[in-house]
Design a protein around this ligand. Structure first.
Ligand SMILES: *Cc1c(COP(=O)(O)O)cnc(C)c1O
Length: 354
């Protein structure tokens, strides 16, 4: 750190991304990426002309991509905001709507505290219930910025729309952000409520269910007023926040909805299979509506399991936070990858019991 850094940033605790090892030997079940490639039409979408066109700035209105997403979700283009990954949108949301402070669960996406600190937003972390679920009653009538991942991460728990709507309805003077990064794996989206509530912002990403984590493309669906606010911030920071290549790939992705929904179904099937097998090995597995499982075993320390798996070429995500340090978050890969993971887990547990 230099002595030139602004005082307020000196104590910032930055977000720690999951490991991205350079050698591809690992079975990578640690950052909730899709195990499947993008749709064939997406793989083919870029040509020489697209690279030549990089000399031109990208389209700051992104009208074609917005139009396609609007059609997909039954909303208007003016209800959609696009950004360079959904982390960017969450950043803007804390920047724009955090005036009265923020509320989110104690166990949730690690970036929320980082954004709150970055923008000097006072925040309160509300403990999940004993069973790691969100109690929606904790969020009623608070009139602060409320940020809820639904399904939540890293727990995988999903709350029904009625509970989410109650939170939105009882906080009319503040924004409620529903982070739906994992909604395509069995959750229920709140985006059908955007015409009813001017304070609702749903946030989505192409990173998980759309096999495009490396392209960085996120979007928000919300009332026009909120979208306009986000646009103000975008045009005050980086009007060309989505590059041309990603825009073209995003358009092709929106046209290949059937392919991605098919893959989500397969991931859900493999998730349920893996959960059953883990329970058979004595694991406690939280019910998940996401593309990962959160599990622990009383027969082995959580961090030790993570390390033993890594030594066997399998990466999962371990968090050191006390309340969840016995758990590991396991991304759902292909059936074959999960078979290898299960085999390794079984072997490690056998070693522990000897
Ligand atoms: C992965 C993830 C994101 C970020 O996604 P990007 O679009 O890749 O920035 C946001 N929220 C949650 C809960 C996530 O797990």
């Amino acid at each position: 750190m230099s002595r030139f850094l602004k005082e307020q940033y000196k104590s910032l605790e930055v977000y720690t991304p999951g490991e991205q090892p350079k050698d591809t030997q690992y079975i990578k079940l640690n950052t909730n990426e899709s195990p499947y490639p993008p749709a064939p039409s997406v793989v083919e979408a870029l040509g020489k002309q697209d690279v030549e066109n990089l000399r031109l700035y990208s389209d700051p209105t992104l009208s074609t991509l917005k139009g396609k997403l609007a059609a997909l979700y039954g909303v208007e283009s003016e209800n959609i905001f696009l950004s360079n990954g959904s982390d960017d949108i969450l950043n803007f949301a804390f920047m724009a709507f955090g005036q009265k402070g923020a509320l989110f669960p104690d166990i949730t996406y690690g970036f929320y505290t980082v954004f709150a600190e970055l923008h000097a937003v006072e925040y309160e972390e509300i403990p999940l219930r004993e069973d790691f679920t969100i109690d929606y009653k904790d969020y009623l009538n608070k009139n602060k910025l409320i940020v809820i991942a639904n399904p939540n991460a890293p727990t995988g728990n999903s709350r029904p729309l009625e509970e989410i709507e109650e939170i939105i309805r009882t906080n009319p003077d503040s924004v409620v952000v529903i982070d739906e990064a994992y909604v395509d794996f069995g959750g229920t989206s709140a985006c059908k409520l955007i015409n009813k509530y001017e304070n609702l912002l749903t946030v989505r990403t192409f990173s998980k269910s759309r096999s495009m984590a490396g392209a960085r493309l996120g979007y928000a669906i919300g009332a026009k007023g909120l979208i306009d606010d986000l646009m103000r911030l975008k045009f005050s920071t980086n009007p060309y926040n989505i590059n041309r290549l990603t825009t073209t790939l995003g358009e092709a992705t929106a046209d290949a909805e059937d392919y991605y929904m098919e893959k989500c179904k397969e991931i859900i099937r493999v998730r349920e299979y893996t959960a059953e097998k883990l329970k058979g090995l004595g694991f406690e597995v939280l019910p998940s509506k996401a593309n990962f499982l959160f599990a622990k075993s009383n027969d082995i320390d959580g961090e030790k399991l993570y390390k033993e798996l890594k030594a066997r070429g399998i990466l999962v995500r371990h968090f050191t936070k006390e309340r969840i340090c016995q758990f590991n978050r396991i991304t759902i890969g292909t059936q074959e990858q999960m078979e290898q993971f299960l085999l390794a887990a079984e072997e490690i547990l056998k070693g522990e019991k000897q």
